[in-house]
Design a protein around this ligand. Structure first.
Ligand SMILES: [Mg+2]
Length: 257
Protein backbone atom coordinates (compact mmCIF):
# COMPACT_ATOMS: atom_id res chain seq x y z
CA UNK A 1 0.00 0.00 0.00
CA UNK A 2 1.37 3.40 -0.99
CA UNK A 3 1.33 5.84 1.90
CA UNK A 4 2.74 9.35 2.34
CA UNK A 5 2.17 12.10 4.88
CA UNK A 6 -1.00 13.35 3.18
CA UNK A 7 -2.54 9.99 2.37
CA UNK A 8 -1.77 8.66 5.85
CA UNK A 9 -4.51 10.93 7.18
CA UNK A 10 -7.05 8.78 5.42
CA UNK A 11 -5.45 5.36 5.18
CA UNK A 12 -5.50 2.61 7.76
CA UNK A 13 -3.44 1.70 10.83
CA UNK A 14 -0.66 0.12 8.77
CA UNK A 15 -0.03 3.43 7.04
CA UNK A 16 0.43 5.28 10.31
CA UNK A 17 2.93 2.65 11.37
CA UNK A 18 4.90 3.16 8.14
CA UNK A 19 4.81 6.94 8.53
CA UNK A 20 6.03 6.72 12.12
CA UNK A 21 8.96 4.58 11.00
CA UNK A 22 9.76 7.06 8.25
CA UNK A 23 9.76 10.00 10.71
CA UNK A 24 11.96 8.17 13.19
CA UNK A 25 14.60 7.48 10.59
CA UNK A 26 14.55 11.15 9.52
CA UNK A 27 15.42 12.49 12.98
CA UNK A 28 19.06 13.48 13.49
CA UNK A 29 20.16 12.33 16.91
CA UNK A 30 22.28 14.71 18.92
CA UNK A 31 25.55 13.31 20.27
CA UNK A 32 24.96 12.03 23.77
CA UNK A 33 21.16 11.96 23.43
CA UNK A 34 21.26 8.15 23.56
CA UNK A 35 22.88 8.23 27.00
CA UNK A 36 26.47 7.92 25.74
CA UNK A 37 27.29 11.44 26.81
CA UNK A 38 30.72 10.55 28.16
CA UNK A 39 31.77 9.52 24.63
CA UNK A 40 30.50 12.83 23.32
CA UNK A 41 31.67 15.03 26.19
CA UNK A 42 33.61 17.42 24.01
CA UNK A 43 30.70 17.91 21.65
CA UNK A 44 28.29 18.42 24.54
CA UNK A 45 30.67 20.85 26.28
CA UNK A 46 31.11 22.91 23.11
CA UNK A 47 27.32 23.16 22.91
CA UNK A 48 27.13 24.06 26.58
CA UNK A 49 29.73 26.79 26.07
CA UNK A 50 27.80 28.22 23.13
CA UNK A 51 24.61 28.23 25.22
CA UNK A 52 26.43 30.09 27.98
CA UNK A 53 28.00 32.68 25.70
CA UNK A 54 24.71 33.43 23.96
CA UNK A 55 22.88 33.64 27.32
CA UNK A 56 20.58 30.81 26.24
CA UNK A 57 21.66 29.03 29.43
CA UNK A 58 20.50 32.00 31.55
CA UNK A 59 21.70 31.85 35.15
CA UNK A 60 24.02 28.95 35.88
CA UNK A 61 25.96 27.95 38.93
CA UNK A 62 29.30 26.26 38.30
CA UNK A 63 30.99 24.74 35.29
CA UNK A 64 29.74 21.13 34.86
CA UNK A 65 32.43 18.77 36.13
CA UNK A 66 32.26 16.82 32.85
CA UNK A 67 33.36 19.98 31.01
CA UNK A 68 36.40 20.96 33.08
CA UNK A 69 38.85 19.29 30.67
CA UNK A 70 37.12 20.79 27.66
CA UNK A 71 37.16 24.31 29.13
CA UNK A 72 40.79 23.90 30.19
CA UNK A 73 41.69 23.00 26.61
CA UNK A 74 39.72 26.01 25.41
CA UNK A 75 41.71 28.39 27.58
CA UNK A 76 45.06 26.75 27.11
CA UNK A 77 44.77 26.30 23.36
CA UNK A 78 44.43 28.83 20.57
CA UNK A 79 40.63 29.12 20.50
CA UNK A 80 40.18 31.52 23.44
CA UNK A 81 42.65 34.05 22.04
CA UNK A 82 41.23 33.68 18.56
CA UNK A 83 37.69 34.29 19.82
CA UNK A 84 38.90 37.47 21.51
CA UNK A 85 40.60 38.72 18.39
CA UNK A 86 37.54 38.21 16.22
CA UNK A 87 35.31 40.07 18.69
CA UNK A 88 37.80 42.92 18.92
CA UNK A 89 37.95 43.18 15.15
CA UNK A 90 34.15 43.47 14.96
CA UNK A 91 34.12 46.01 17.81
CA UNK A 92 36.76 48.16 16.15
CA UNK A 93 34.96 47.96 12.80
CA UNK A 94 31.89 49.37 14.54
CA UNK A 95 33.90 51.96 16.45
CA UNK A 96 35.28 53.34 13.19
CA UNK A 97 31.71 54.11 12.05
CA UNK A 98 30.97 56.29 15.09
CA UNK A 99 31.11 60.02 14.49
CA UNK A 100 33.15 61.45 17.32
CA UNK A 101 31.84 64.86 18.35
CA UNK A 102 35.03 66.03 20.02
CA UNK A 103 33.29 67.16 23.20
CA UNK A 104 34.66 64.25 25.23
CA UNK A 105 31.22 62.72 25.65
CA UNK A 106 31.61 59.82 23.24
CA UNK A 107 32.10 56.88 25.55
CA UNK A 108 33.25 53.30 25.36
CA UNK A 109 32.78 51.30 28.56
CA UNK A 110 34.97 48.40 29.57
CA UNK A 111 34.52 45.87 32.32
CA UNK A 112 37.84 44.87 33.90
CA UNK A 113 38.02 41.24 35.05
CA UNK A 114 38.10 38.76 32.16
CA UNK A 115 37.71 41.75 29.83
CA UNK A 116 40.79 44.00 30.16
CA UNK A 117 42.61 41.78 32.64
CA UNK A 118 42.72 38.01 32.71
CA UNK A 119 42.55 36.15 36.00
CA UNK A 120 43.11 32.80 34.32
CA UNK A 121 46.04 32.21 36.67
CA UNK A 122 43.60 32.26 39.57
CA UNK A 123 40.94 30.15 37.87
CA UNK A 124 43.48 27.61 36.65
CA UNK A 125 44.24 26.93 40.32
CA UNK A 126 40.51 26.75 41.14
CA UNK A 127 39.13 24.27 38.65
CA UNK A 128 38.34 26.73 35.84
CA UNK A 129 35.09 27.71 37.51
CA UNK A 130 34.05 24.21 38.57
CA UNK A 131 34.51 25.25 42.20
CA UNK A 132 31.95 27.63 43.79
CA UNK A 133 33.23 31.21 43.59
CA UNK A 134 35.14 32.17 46.74
CA UNK A 135 35.29 35.97 47.04
CA UNK A 136 37.87 35.79 49.85
CA UNK A 137 40.51 33.94 47.85
CA UNK A 138 39.69 35.90 44.70
CA UNK A 139 40.17 39.21 46.55
CA UNK A 140 43.51 37.94 47.86
CA UNK A 141 44.47 37.39 44.21
CA UNK A 142 43.22 40.85 43.19
CA UNK A 143 45.31 42.72 45.76
CA UNK A 144 48.44 41.08 44.37
CA UNK A 145 47.80 43.17 41.24
CA UNK A 146 49.47 40.69 38.91
CA UNK A 147 46.67 39.95 36.43
CA UNK A 148 47.97 40.15 32.83
CA UNK A 149 46.26 42.11 30.07
CA UNK A 150 44.57 40.44 27.15
CA UNK A 151 46.67 41.43 24.14
CA UNK A 152 43.54 41.86 22.01
CA UNK A 153 41.85 44.05 24.62
CA UNK A 154 44.91 46.26 24.97
CA UNK A 155 45.01 46.65 21.20
CA UNK A 156 41.34 47.61 21.18
CA UNK A 157 41.68 49.95 24.15
CA UNK A 158 44.51 51.88 22.52
CA UNK A 159 42.77 51.98 19.14
CA UNK A 160 39.62 53.43 20.73
CA UNK A 161 41.65 56.14 22.44
CA UNK A 162 43.24 57.01 19.11
CA UNK A 163 39.79 57.24 17.51
CA UNK A 164 38.82 59.81 20.17
CA UNK A 165 36.62 57.76 22.49
CA UNK A 166 36.39 58.59 26.16
CA UNK A 167 37.14 55.40 28.06
CA UNK A 168 35.19 54.59 31.21
CA UNK A 169 35.94 51.50 33.28
CA UNK A 170 32.99 50.02 35.13
CA UNK A 171 33.86 47.12 37.40
CA UNK A 172 32.22 45.03 40.09
CA UNK A 173 35.36 45.36 42.18
CA UNK A 174 34.94 47.29 45.42
CA UNK A 175 36.07 50.86 46.00
CA UNK A 176 38.68 49.70 48.52
CA UNK A 177 40.41 47.85 45.65
CA UNK A 178 40.92 51.05 43.64
CA UNK A 179 44.65 51.49 44.21
CA UNK A 180 45.50 47.81 43.47
CA UNK A 181 43.30 47.88 40.40
CA UNK A 182 44.78 51.10 39.01
CA UNK A 183 48.31 49.87 39.62
CA UNK A 184 47.59 46.53 37.91
CA UNK A 185 46.02 48.24 34.88
CA UNK A 186 48.92 50.66 34.49
CA UNK A 187 51.53 47.93 34.96
CA UNK A 188 50.16 45.99 31.98
CA UNK A 189 49.82 48.99 29.68
CA UNK A 190 46.40 50.59 30.18
CA UNK A 191 46.30 54.35 30.69
CA UNK A 192 44.24 57.42 30.01
CA UNK A 193 40.83 56.28 31.21
CA UNK A 194 38.40 59.08 32.09
CA UNK A 195 36.87 57.30 35.08
CA UNK A 196 37.23 54.10 37.00
CA UNK A 197 33.89 53.28 38.62
CA UNK A 198 33.93 50.71 41.43
CA UNK A 199 31.22 49.51 43.81
CA UNK A 200 30.76 52.03 46.59
CA UNK A 201 29.01 51.48 49.94
CA UNK A 202 25.59 52.18 48.38
CA UNK A 203 26.17 49.51 45.72
CA UNK A 204 26.73 46.61 48.08
CA UNK A 205 24.16 43.85 47.71
CA UNK A 206 23.01 44.99 44.29
CA UNK A 207 23.14 42.57 41.39
CA UNK A 208 25.83 43.39 38.87
CA UNK A 209 23.11 44.07 36.32
CA UNK A 210 21.41 46.67 38.52
CA UNK A 211 24.64 48.26 39.75
CA UNK A 212 25.99 48.64 36.22
CA UNK A 213 22.80 49.89 34.60
CA UNK A 214 22.48 52.50 37.36
CA UNK A 215 26.01 53.69 36.69
CA UNK A 216 25.39 53.82 32.93
CA UNK A 217 22.20 55.81 33.57
CA UNK A 218 24.17 58.35 35.60
CA UNK A 219 26.61 58.73 32.73
CA UNK A 220 23.79 59.39 30.29
CA UNK A 221 22.28 61.93 32.72
CA UNK A 222 25.67 63.66 32.66
CA UNK A 223 25.50 63.96 28.89
CA UNK A 224 27.71 61.05 27.89
CA UNK A 225 26.78 59.00 24.83
CA UNK A 226 27.55 55.34 25.35
CA UNK A 227 28.47 54.03 21.93
CA UNK A 228 30.14 50.79 22.91
CA UNK A 229 30.39 48.46 25.89
CA UNK A 230 32.60 45.42 26.31
CA UNK A 231 32.28 42.80 29.03
CA UNK A 232 32.57 39.09 29.69
CA UNK A 233 29.20 38.90 31.50
CA UNK A 234 25.73 39.62 30.22
CA UNK A 235 25.26 41.63 33.43
CA UNK A 236 27.91 44.02 32.06
CA UNK A 237 25.74 44.72 29.04
CA UNK A 238 22.02 44.24 29.73
CA UNK A 239 19.29 46.27 31.43
CA UNK A 240 18.69 49.84 30.37
CA UNK A 241 21.00 52.69 29.39
CA UNK A 242 22.63 50.10 27.17
CA UNK A 243 25.31 50.98 24.65
CA UNK A 244 24.56 51.38 20.95
CA UNK A 245 26.56 48.18 20.48
CA UNK A 246 27.54 45.69 23.15
CA UNK A 247 30.37 43.21 22.69
CA UNK A 248 30.41 40.06 24.81
CA UNK A 249 33.82 38.52 25.23
CA UNK A 250 34.01 34.84 26.19
CA UNK A 251 33.94 33.50 29.70
CA UNK A 252 32.66 29.98 30.32
CA UNK A 253 34.03 29.90 33.89
CA UNK A 254 31.38 31.75 35.86
CA UNK A 255 28.07 33.56 35.67
CA UNK A 256 27.52 36.83 37.51
CA UNK A 257 23.85 37.94 37.74
MG1 LIG B 1 34.20 40.72 34.14
Amino acid sequence: MHCDAVKSRVCGTGCHKNLATSIRTSIIKLPGSDGSRSDAADTYCESWRLAVETNNAGAWDVLPSSCVDSVARYFNGDQYGSDYYVIVDYALAFAKTVKISGDGKDVWIFDIDETLLTNIGYYRAHGYGSEPFDSKSFNEWVVQGTAPAFAASLRMYNALKKLGFTIILLTGRDEDQRSFTEANLRDVGYSGWERLILRGPDDQGKSATNYKLEQRSKLIDQGFKIHGNTGDQWSDLLGFAVADRSFKVPNPMHYIP
